[in-house]
Every structure is written in C-alpha cells, then in structure tokens.
Design a protein around this ligand. Structure first.
Ligand code: TEU
Ligand code: CA
Length: 547
C-alpha cells in the first residue's frame, strides 16, 4: 500500500514556470533546471499540467495527441531527462490525464467529422437539425454545450470549449484507448496521475433538457462513473500509484467512494465547494465577500465525513483555475505575509494531501490587469463578452474578470528582479503584473521569516509529526465568525490549530490551557499573546500548539 499521507505535491503550470530558450513559453527543460529549488522546498511530487500536443485553445486541456510532447514545451527526450533528474532527487512526476474530452484537432475527431462511423462513436454525436440542439445544457465556458456539424448532420457535446469534444466512455474501444495512454506514460517511469474533471465522464443514456439548471445534474458523478474508474485503475495497475481526481460539483458520498482504498478507484479527490463561498447565488461571475462561516462549515464537513468514510482529501486553495488566495481571502498589503502564511497553515495542518501551486509559496498576487486585452484565458474572454451582453459596462465587466479570471494564477513565476522576473529572456506569453518585482523567490530564499521559509517548515512538520500526516480531525464551531479552529488527535497527543481569518484583533477563550503546550508553528515573528485560557489573536494570526 503506497504511503502518501506525509507527502506534499507541487503543481506546475509549465507554460509559466521557467523558459530556457527565450521564446517566452516555459518548457520542460525549465522544470528540470528548477528541480534543486523544489527539492529544497521539500516537496515529494510534481503535478505537471498538460504539455501534450495541443492547439492550446484551453492551454493544453485540449489534447490532439496524448503520446506526444507539444514542441513548444520540448521533446520526449526532455521529458525523460526531467523524470530521471526528478527521481534522482526523490521527486515523483504526476501527469495530467484529460480523458473527458479531446481537442477537435485530435485524429479521432477529424475522422469522425470526415464521416467514419467508428470514430463518431468515440464522441457524443447526435443526429439532428441545424437549429435544435439535443438539449439546453450549458457549456462551462458559456453558451450552449452542443455544436452542429452540417457535413454529417450531427451535433456533438462539448461541456467545455467548442474545440473540446466530450468522449463517449460508453464505448469500450474508447476506454481501451485511454488505458493504453496511461500504460504508455507508466512505462516512462511516471509516479502518478491527476485526472481532469473525471467525474463528468459518464453521461446518461437518454438526453433531456434541464428546466432548473445548466444540465450538470445529468452528467456529474454519472451512472457508471465508479464502474469506469474501477476498470481503468484495475486494467492499468495504477492502484499503487498516487492518483487524484478533479471532481467538479461533486458530493462527499461520491468522494468517499472515489478515494476509499477498499473501492480501488483513486487515492484522493479535489472538490471545489470551499472555493465557491464568494460566488453570489452560486454564480462565479457575481461577486460577494467570502462567507467565512460557510468556508469553515465546508471544511468541517469534508474533513470529518471523509475521515469517517476512510476517504482522502486533496488539500488546496489555489490552482491554475483559481485566483490567488492572498488576493481573494487575504490581504495584499499590510498583512500580506501573515495572511499568506495563515492560509498555508490552515491547509497544511489539515487531514489530507497538501498541494502547493507554483507562486503560492512566495505569496504571489492577482494580475490587476487594466485592459481586457491583457487576458488570454478562453473562459475569461468568453465571460467578459457575456457580462457585457448582460448589460455590464466595460469597467464593471473588467472588475469581475480581474477578480475571477484563471489568468490570475497563470502569469509567469517570479524568480528574481532581473528582466521579466528571470522567467524568460524573451517576451512572456502573458504579461508579468505591475507588482511583479516586489515578490520574488530570490528575495525570500534566505529570509527565515519569509512566506517561502514558512512553507518549507510546514512541509517538514508533516514528515516529522504523524499527528499531522495521520491524526484524526475535529472542528470547533463555537468560535467567533472569523476564527477557524480545529484539533488533530493521534493516540494521546492533540494538536490545536487556531487561526484568525479576519483583519481585526480578536480574543477567544480556549478550553485547554495551551500555555503548557509546545508551539509547533506561528506566523508572527514575536510571541503568542496567551494567558491561561484566553488567546488574543492579531489579524490573520495562526498558531499550532501540541499538547
Ligand atoms: O477544470 C474543470 C473545471 O471545472 C474548471 O473549469 C473550473 O470549474 C473552472 O475553471 C472554475 O471556474 C479542468 C481544468 O482544471 C481546467 O483548466 C480546464 O479548462 C477544464 O478542466 C477543461 O479541461
Ligand atoms: Ca520556452
């Protein structure tokens, strides 16, 4: 049984990590060049988002050839060198498998629209007339989820971009193709896989309109999803590898089933409910301050119920689809350092496997771009137009995009204060934000009080203390709205984790006399202000005390 409970994963968005040939695009050689930095950080695995041949309409999540490295990222030899050098530093490589859909540039799709029935069966093609799509389902990138192909008089389903056609998992030939792709990369020595929106693969046999929603209730955690995952894992022998599934709009019960070892599906799951607490009426493009009570309540539920069900959570607050956490829930200015460390501590001290997204470890911020043309992300550009059609003026639409865009996490990694922050000697594919030179790896690498040093310490603590990697968890709810407080327990030990999510000082009563405990970590440089059973917490203050 693979023991991954004390492990930490670092997520790399290769296009924005490090460019070694001056074309403004990060590349595989760039990851190899930074392996010593990652080794020093202490992480165990790198999850690399897709670098396979792709028209890059959705930055690689639209794959045209699953077995080839997109030449803009390098060569297969570069990939083999990277895996070898990573292994030499005890770092495993996890690849991103996008199996819900392919690019419409993929050979399978081209042969389908060329009329080959066999390949039409690889996708969700439905006969029909030009003006009446099979259902009113909505694409996650906006607009109707069906596209008509006049030459073959058929519609095809695309839950994401029109150039991302959903695969037909009901077709055993499709499932075999995907198993062969995993076996191909497994033979290249990779250590694990991330499965993109894998809980959307099982569509219902009969298609019907959704008169209350956008159709997701018909295909999310669909009828055969667990059967297909069990088959995929068993037939490729990856149950002993680190695997994580991205589960869009899912449920705890399904995630227990996806990640409980007895089910022989995946090792862990990403769920997103805790990152929708600032969506007004559940709408990503409608802004509101984040609901701290909902944020804490969701963590309480997912942490405690997944523990009871012997499931396992992937722990994260940032990835390549989310805004930067300090800009979103923290403070970019006076308490930038403290708020970055607070959210790091909350995530890394919970039960599950922490994921660090590139740049998070130095406290990178949102773009604050001032012109929509600075944005590149298909979803953001689509919704800018949709918001304008809905009556927003340009500034209002830009303000929403500024806060929600996925590009907030896709600007180049800020290594140092040289040209382009040391990311490239060329012109970066996306601009480096104004603040770029004020937050860099080089300014933090030797600073004991830096955010980077704090991440290193958290990652080391998980290896040192089994109570963090394996302890149970329970949340206190009888605390002020802005206080997050939970305990980890293992045998007779107890770890108290208390954090102030707010920008004002707060005093709380604590049950146990924490003064007797050992302070494991604290995000302020001076002492904790604790008297017997009362604790004064400064803005964004976090501490963990072992009793
Ligand atoms: O994301 C799935 C997904 O649901 C995201 O679209 C997410 O909900 C949204 O961006 C948040 O607004 C995965 C990949 O992580 C994403 O980059 C891809 O664009 C998407 O699948 C399609 O492959
Ligand atoms: Ca490059």
């Amino acid at each position: 049984m693979l023991n991954f409970k004390d492990k930490v994963v670092y997520q790399i968005y290769p296009k924005s990590f490090y460019d070694t040939n001056g074309d403004g695009w990060g590349d595989l050689k760039g990851i190899t060049a930074k392996l010593d930095y990652l080794k020093d950080l202490g992480i165990d695995y790198i999850w690399i988002t897709p670098f396979f041949t792709s028209p890059q309409r959705d930055n690689g999540y639209d794959i045209a050839d699953y077995r080839a490295v997109d030449q803009r990222f390098g060569t297969m030899a570069d990939f083999e060198e990277l895996t070898k050098e990573a292994k030499a530093r005890d770092i495993g490589v996890m690849l991103d498998m996008v199996f819900n859909h392919t690019s419409t540039e993929h050979q399978w799709f081209k042969r389908a629209v060329a009329g080959e029935k066999e390949f039409q069966d690889y996708y969700k093609f439905v006969d029909g007339e030009p003006d009446s799509p099979p259902t009113n389902w909505v694409s996650k990138f906006g607009g109707n989820a069906w596209e008509y192909v006049p030459t073959i008089k058929k519609w095809y389903l695309h839950l994401f971009d029109v150039t991302q056609a959903d695969l037909n998992w009901e077709n055993p030939r499709v499932r075999q193709e995907l198993k062969d792709i995993i076996l191909f990369w497994k033979s290249k020595g990779v250590s694990g896989f991330r499965f993109d929106v894998i809980n959307l693969i099982s569509k219902p046999d009969s298609l019907q309109n959704d008169d209350i929603g956008d159709g997701r209730r018909f295909y999310t955690d669909g009828p055969k999803v667990h059967q297909y995952l069990k088959e995929l894992v068993a037939d490729t022998g990856i149950e002993e590898m680190i695997t994580v599934g991205e589960m869009s709009s899912t449920s705890i019960d399904n995630c227990i089933k996806y990640s409980n070892p007895d089910e022989k599906e995946l090792a862990m799951t990403f769920s997103f409910h805790h990152l929708k607490v600032d969506y007004k009426d559940g709408d990503k493009w409608s802004l509101m301050p984040y609901d701290k009570i909902a944020f804490k309540q969701l963590f309480k539920e997912w942490q405690e119920k997944m523990t009871d069900g012997n499931g396992w959570n992937a722990l994260f607050l940032t990835n390549h689809d989310q805004p930067r956490i300090v800009s979103r829930f923290g403070d970019e200015k006076q308490y930038w350092r403290e708020s970055a460390k607070l959210f790091a501590g909350v995530i890394h001290l919970m039960r599950g496997t922490p994921y660090v997204y590139q740049g998070e470890e130095i406290g990178m911020l949102n773009t604050h771009f001032t012109d929509i043309n600075q944005y590149k992300d298909v979803e953001s550009l689509n919704y800018y137009n949709i918001l304008m059609e809905q009556g927003k003026n340009a500034n209002q639409a830009l303000d929403i995009i500024n806060q929600r865009s996925r590009d907030n996490c896709r600007t180049p990694m800020q290594w140092d204060t040289s040209e382009n922050d040391g990311f490239t000697t060329g012109k970066p594919w996306i601009e480096i934000p104004e603040y770029g030179k004020s937050i860099t790896v080089s300014s933090q690498i030797n600073d004991e009080n830096s955010i980077l040093a704090f991440y290193k310490k958290l990652i080391a603590l998980r290896k040192q203390y089994r109570i963090i990697s394996e302890g149970n968890i329970s949340f206190d709810i009888a605390v002020p709205e802005q206080i997050i407080s939970f305990q980890r327990k293992l045998e007779d030990e107890c770890l108290y984790v208390i954090g102030n999510l707010g920008e004002t000082e707060t005093q709380i009563i604590v049950s146990e006399s924490l003064t007797k405990g050992q302070l494991l970590i604290h995000n302020y440089s001076d002492d904790v202000n604790i008297m017997e059973k009362t604790l004064n917490l400064r803005p964004y203050e976090l501490l963990a005390i072992l009793l």
